[in-house]
Ligand binder design. Sequence first.
Ligand code: SF4
Length: 417
Amino acid sequence: MKFKIVTLGCKVNAYESTVIKEKMLKEGFIESDNNVDIVIVNTCSVTNVADSKCLKMVRRLKREDPNAIFVVCGCSVQNDKTKFENLDIDVLLGNTNKSKIVDLIKEEINNKHLIDKVKNDMQHEEFETMEIDKFSNVRAFVKIQDGCNNYCSYCIIPYLRGNLRCKDYDEVINESKNLVKNGHKEIVLTGIHTGSYKSKGKDIVDVIWGLSEINGLERIRLSSIEITEINNDKFYDLLKRCDKLCNHLHIPLQAGSNEILKRMNRKYDLDYYFDVINKIRSIRPDISISTDVIVGHPYETEELFNTTIDTCEKIRFSKIHVFPYSKREGTVASKMPEHVKEEDKKIRSNKLIQVSTELEKEYYDKFIGNKLGVLIEEEKNGKYIGHTSNMLKLCLDGKYNINEIYDVVIKGEFYDA
Ligand code: SF4
């Protein structure tokens, strides 16, 4: 039987879909793009737009393969499975049992009735054991943690991904060793709240030191980390002494004013954020610091938005991922008054994206003439595309081997999407 997996959303979803794919292949199913017998969709629900995209995707895939067995899982189902119930889906899963999809498909093939394994209560979960042998991209994502207990006012994730839980430390190390044995040179540690990792008394810094001992592993990257989880001597020591730790940190700011940070129930204020950024830069002056900012959160006035712009310009981020606030039913912020008009959100988002473009160019230009290591990830239209340790995305002429790191002099050939 032939199958295909369609993944929407974050790095954790991409990792979980790889787990599902490997299990399907091990059971003799054949991966294919069309005329398949089984369609698996791993959904996202981080915003309203994400939800509607998932529904549209399922409907489209249904038109393409109307007779296939349909498995729909992930955050959008966890959020509201009723949206999918009239779409003739065969297996419905939320954010648990993804590693058991093969067994559920077999059960469905035998019994031909709807299998609904969506859990209502996600607050008492154990970490679902899962690992991969090889990742589809050159840079391998490794999920080490799931869930979140922070409940930021705007965020639906803790309700959908559930309580904080972590992969066993030894499993993380063994999985990573196996990935390196299978050729990966860079590992991207990912999770819902990666920095909160804890297993057998080990934290995220211990994981990175543990991985740094793996021969053949050249780079360790953190997908994202909260500012409150790195403000300690153990992490600063890691920054100082661990060469394999990439020269890039993605540290969500979310808002650039203390008033909105408070409304968001974020666990820091601007002074704290500035202070930690300065400490990081005192250790690694050239480090790339990217961030996430939500524009148009309830109570955000024009003045407070301008404060956010000022804050971002003061910090000189290398890139800002801009998200217009999306009202998520069930979150604290959805019940707040003072919501920002959609057109104002759009105007503000465009302004902040413009600031990000200028800051990104400023950061890239700093490295022109420097020699940096580039991990070649793919060849496209005769050009070779790859990233440096500090996340510069390059598009190179010449001849290179995929999955090799080359020292190149930066001449400004930046990848222009
Ligand atoms: S830390 Fe906040 S924004 Fe991040 S997943 Fe948890 S609740 Fe959501």
